[in-house]
Design a protein around this ligand. Structure first.
Ligand SMILES: [Zn+2]
Length: 1053
């Protein structure tokens, strides 16, 4: 959702190396690009003074193709780092060290309220409004345990200046009005603000957000663990806010916290990209820093004094109705305090060491803890965590029986001993360094953002961010250390784990009355607050409530904010040249890209011939097929080979609605086109299949394809114990994901009877799948499931039903054809023709410019009848996820663009205000998807059926035409910032490969978006969304709900 909080960031930081991906360079080859950016950056020298800053250091970092320039602001002491790189996706971020000493959530509520209006931009919520006035590729704010960060990125220079101005004013000169504090933080208010006699309740965006966040047991556990491992300072409190401590915060305290923490003397600025540094410095000095004098800050985090002896603690949580095994719901983990994260090399070593100990089936802790199946998966916190000043290493299990706690502790102790004794095989260390090499070479679409989060924690504690970027230095030093002392890693384990008395064993078990206790604690808190109120206080609260409601309903004037215009958007799209060919008789799409020497190989395998009874098993099949072993390799050897030779090999189920029609299925094939059917475009389709994805260095392509060939030819389905381990982990992951992605599950369910694609999506990715996996996990004997796998394999991993795509450098691409020919020869024996499950077959060319070339086969389901359904899933959450989906038109229909603009405009101009500001939900809106479903949703919502009527009011609002041309233009800008967001070289051409959406179709869609008029919007709102004319489905996930139970029109699950 819009604002992510601590866990998400912590998750990012837990996988630091994974987070570090290179962005793509548009203009030239890697070396030339680095030279060009470096040249510009090298004009700076240490000691040089620019706009109130002094350059401290200029360092080239060739492995990341960038030059780092470190500066300090002379008068205030603000820190600044610029990474000059030939990448047009420029990023800005400012971060403050925010170290709360209580759990009122003050940094988090401050993060929300500074975005509610500032001196120069006094309109309400300029941050959300800028989303519609900009072509940003990213805009967000994070509250971590010890810092708060405000990043944005954009490819447009003018947009960069606009956003920078809004960001600087927001953080340094916010209004912080009392009303903003009530809305975003907490308030007492009449349940119905218009009715003075309705009971007083707690409201507030952060208050509800944190109630929602702590309904996630993994999050709850991580919070407890951090609080208890560092109990003496800021890490002992909840920076996001403990729901019942939030009402202790006052507006005065909020303003004080801002004055002492959001000051340049406590700030770190980071910029990245190809825009000139000097312009950034000038603007930051003029608009913000020149107005401040240096202050003494008091935000440093002291080291946690080490414990003389280990500690043990227990906490409770709510039982999980979706847990794969109801009798095993406890978590136990041992967490060790490590060294300071500002010691770059030590931190690098410990994160590698952690991966060696825990990651993949060859890791000692995986063998010792996961494989005996004492628990369902590792604990939510596992491995190295560098998000606190002193890092930690944690190891443990979730999904264990309470009585197995001692067993788990013993295994951990024994495993530490055995690692110290035998160390790691050289081949595993090599595999890990190979993985690091690939991660550095792989280019993501927002590299600036990856860098900002990569350096944030260490820099926050005065570590050197430049040292952190010089990864090759760390790798060199690591190799040298290993050479000098073969026991280098074992000695670390001895020191940090075995001999470390600062370790915490934390167990968490469900308590049946947990939710009741929480509810009564909240009631108690509410009674205390109300008891302290006089009659005039109550009157005051009622009036404030009315004023807030009035302010929220006011038409808003955002004209003070800077904006781009629709005319600033590029009228045409840059084309991606693709080459369509064949390899071994199978269609192949080649896309030449600057991939830094990596090859990305994908294959789409149709499941149209798969019998219906096997479909529910497809996601399970996908998650295990690369992890069970193949040919002569058992699953351990297979994992080792994959780490040594590839970046990744995975298989995932795909449901891709056809861009032209809504009720047909794709079958991939290599037959030539039947000219009669090739132009039959009136029958709706959906592409259903599984996607094989993989990447490797060019030199390893033959080896990687050999591994795929083994998986096609002789996958191993002989080990029920291995299957059980994988099943438990998948089921646990699914169960844990619901509280985080509940709105997605609600939308999937709401749309499941509206199109064939929707139906299949529910089967693969919806609540149906979650429940199915829970049932599988509960089975005492998995042999029947194991017997299904070869049946599925026969249909899916079949060259007859396959087409491939390769993204690589020109040389890599041409070499790959030969390797693929060999691969096809190797797997030719698996080529079989089966009858499609659905009888109506039509064929479409893969290349629209060559209709006599290779084509794909689509299977029609013209008998599909959409139907209405309202489903309620009762779940142990204190908040709801609400969705309504409406069947409209697919991507290539002329009304599709109007529906996209309408969804965006309704979200920004109406639904956001109703659902988030008035309703108190964390988020909500409408979105249009390519498969033809127009969906409303709310996220972590205190309301349920009331939100459905807010959706209805949204439609009435749209039909009434109470919007301006400015509103329409803003919606268009916001859509284009998504449409034009950068695509990584590894993903170029994928929309053609997966959905058949060509550059020409994208351009047509682009032109239609530009052309959408007020009249079009009124027209589509009336024709598609009106009660009476719409075909729709509804779904809610949430706590026990009497109103719904009494209403027979709902299906309660
Ligand atoms: Zn938040």
């Amino acid at each position: 959702m819009f604002r992510q909080t601590k866990t998400v960031l912590a998750k990012l930081q837990n996988v630091r190396l994974k987070g570090l991906h290179l962005s793509w360079r548009r203009r030239s080859t890697a070396a030339a690009a680095a030279a060009a950016a470096g040249e510009k950056a090298h004009q700076y020298t240490a000691g040089q003074q620019i706009h109130g800053f002094t350059v401290k250091e200029v360092v080239a970092v060739p492995e990341l193709f960038l030059t780092a320039i470190k500066l300090t602001h002379d008068r205030t002491g603000a820190q600044y780092l610029h990474a000059a790189r030939d990448d047009p996706n420029n990023l800005f971020s400012v971060q403050f060290r925010t170290t709360p000493m209580d759990s009122t959530g003050v940094p988090h509520i401050l993060e929300h309220t500074v975005l509610c209006g500032s001196q120069k931009y006094p309109c309400r919520d300029p941050f959300f409004k800028m989303l519609n006035r900009s072509l940003c590729t990213f805009m967000n704010a994070f509250t971590a345990s010890d810092y708060t960060m405000y990043p944005f990125s954009t490819q447009n220079a003018k947009d960069f200046q606009n956003l920078l101005s809004v960001y600087l004013d927001a953080v340094f000169f916010p209004c912080l009005r009392e009303q903003d504090f009530w809305q975003e933080g907490w308030r007492l208010e009449n349940e119905d603000p218009a009715d003075a006699s309705s009971p007083l309740v707690f409201k507030g965006v952060v208050f509800n957000e944190m109630k929602g966040a702590f309904s996630d047991n993994e999050r709850l556990y991580a919070q407890h663990l951090q609080n208890k491992l560092y109990p003496d300072h800021t890490y002992s409190v909840v920076s996001g806010g403990e729901p019942l401590a939030i009402p202790d915060l006052t507006w005065e305290q909020l303003k004080d916290f801002h004055a002492t923490h959001y000051h340049p003397s406590n700030a770190m600025f980071f910029t990245y990209g190809d825009l000139p540094l000097e312009q950034h410095l000038k603007q930051i000095e003029q608009e913000a820093l020149s107005k401040f004098e240096r202050i003494q800050t008091n935000t440093r985090v002291p080291s946690q004094p080490p414990w003389a002896s280990p500690r043990e603690e227990r906490v409770t949580c709510s039982p999980d109705a979706m847990a794969p095994d109801a009798a095993r719901q406890s978590t136990l983990c041992v967490s060790y305090k490590l060294g300071d994260i500002t010691d770059t090399f030590e931190a690098f070593t410990l994160s590698l060491l952690s991966a060696l100990m825990t990651s993949g089936p060859n890791a000692p802790f995986y063998k010792a803890l996961i494989e005996p199946k004492i628990g369902t998966d590792f604990s939510s916190v596992v491995g190295y965590d560098g998000s606190t000043k002193e890092a930690s290493f944690s190891i443990g299990l979730q999904g264990i029986a309470e009585c197995d706690a001692d067993k788990v502790k013993n295994i951990i102790r024994q495993t530490v001993d055995s690692i110290i004794e035998s160390g790691f095989e050289d081949e595993r260390i090599e595999a890990l360094l190979h993985k690091t090499e690939i991660q550095i070479k792989h280019q993501s679409s927002n590299f600036g953002l990856s860098l900002a989060s990569y350096i944030a924690s260490s820099w926050n504690h005065d570590g050197d961010p430049v040292e952190l970027l010089q990864i090759n230095n760390s790798i060199r030093e690591f190799r040298r250390a290993l050479q000098e002392n073969p026991r280098f890693l074992q000695d670390k384990v001895q020191h940090y784990l075995k001999e470390n008395s600062h370790r915490l064993t934390l167990s968490m078990s469900p308590d049946d009355s947990y939710l009741d206790k929480q509810v009564s604690a909240e009631e108690r808190k509410l009674r205390e607050k109300i008891a302290a109120l006089s009659d005039s206080d109550k009157k005051d609260i009622y009036e404030k409530g009315l004023r807030l409601l009035a302010a929220q309903s006011e038409t808003q004037d955002a004209s003070c904010l800077p904006t781009l215009k629709v005319s600033d958007i590029a009228p045409t799209l840059a084309a991606t040249p693709l080459h369509m060919t064949k390899a071994g008789g199978v269609p192949l799409q080649l896309c030449e890209q600057p991939t830094n020497g990596l090859v990305y190989f994908r294959a789409m395998c149709s499941l149209n011939t798969l019998p219906e009874d096997l479909k529910l098993y497809v996601p399970l099949f996908c998650s295990v097929i690369t992890k069970m072993g193949c040919g002569s390799l058992d699953y351990r050897q297979q994992a080792q080979q994959m780490e040594l030779k590839t970046g990744d090999m995975s298989v995932s189920p795909q449901v891709i609605p056809d861009c032209a029609h809504m009720d047909v299925f794709e079958q991939v094939g290599s037959d030539s086109l039947d000219p009669k059917l090739g132009h039959c475009r009136l029958i709706p389709t959906v592409c259903q299949g599984v996607l094989l994805s993989s990447s490797c260095l060019e030199r390893n392509l033959a080896d990687m394809l050999q591994l795929w060939a083994e998986i096609f030819n002789s996958p191993r389905f002989d080990d029920p114990e291995r299957l059980r381990v994988l099943v438990m982990m998948s089921a646990q992951e699914l169960a844990n994901g619901i509280s985080y992605a509940g709105h997605v599950y609600a939308m999937t369910r709401a749309g499941h009877l509206l199109t064939p694609a929707g139906e299949l999506l529910e089967t693969f990715d919806g609540m149906d799948q979650v429940r199915f996996m829970k049932r599988i996990a509960e089975m005492s004997d998995l042999t029947p499931v194991l017997r299904m796998l070869p049946r599925i394999k026969k249909h899916l991993l079949n060259p007859e039903n396959m087409r491939c795509a390769v993204n690589a450098t020109p040389q890599g691409a041409s070499e790959s054809v030969l390797h693929l020919e060999n691969f096809m020869t190797d797997v030719a024996g698996k080529r079989k023709r089966f009858k499609a499950v659905r009888p109506n077959v039509i064929q479409r060319p893969l290349d629209v410019n060559n209709i006599s070339g290779a084509c794909k086969t689509l299977v029609a389901d013209s008998n599909f009848q959409p139907c209405h359904m309202k489903t309620f899933f009762q779940l142990p959450f204190p908040v709801n996820f609400v969705s309504e989906s409406i069947r409209t038109v697919p991507y290539s229909h002329k009304d599709y663009a109007s529906l996209c603009v309408l969804a965006r405009m309704m979200t920004a101009k109406f639904l956001h205000g109703e659902i988030r500001e008035k309703g108190g939900a964390y988020g909500g809106g409408a979105k249009m998807a390519g498969g033809g479903l127009f969906s409303f949703y709310s996220y972590r919502d205190p309301n349920s059926v009331q939100t459905l009527s807010a959706f209805g009011k949204g439609v009435d609002w749209a039909k009434s035409g109470k919007f301006s041309q400015q509103d329409i233009d803003e919606a268009k800008l916001s859509i284009f910032s998504a449409v034009d967001s950068p695509v990584a070289p590894s993903s170029k051409g994928m929309s053609v490969f997966l959905s058949g959406i060509t550059d020409e179709m994208k351009q047509r869609h682009r032109e239609r978006l530009f052309d959408v008029t007020r009249g079009n919007l009124l027209d589509v709102a009336e024709r598609y969304l009106s009660v009476g004319s719409k075909t729709y489905g509804v779904s809610i996930l949430g706590p026990e709900n009497d109103a719904i139970k009494k209403d027979p029109s709902w299906v309660v699950k």
